[in-house]
Design a protein. Sequence first.
Length: 112
Amino acid sequence: MTDVFVIRNQLGHYWGKSKTWVDGSQPKQVMRTAHRDEAVNTLFELSSKDIELRGDIVAAELSERREPIIEASQIPLPMEPEAELVPNTADEDGDAANEASTEIPERGEPVA
């Protein structure tokens, strides 16, 4: 008997309650709905933001702990992109690599 519906992507990851993809190893983190149309609406919204997404609505039974019985994905989750670091432009001596002036002339000044 189907108790809930969950959203799974092409990598076997499940849409989580935290609005991120989870691998399914902890079923309590997986978003679930009692109605299929709610899951379809959520999947539609997700796929409109990510055109590469190939999602599926999966029917799942609930365990005694009221968690969906699902198979965890064997494919690891992609790492979150970290904040890009500003590259160090100093050379070996610690001097700035680019010593040329990048001043912008004010209005009315001739450009050299």
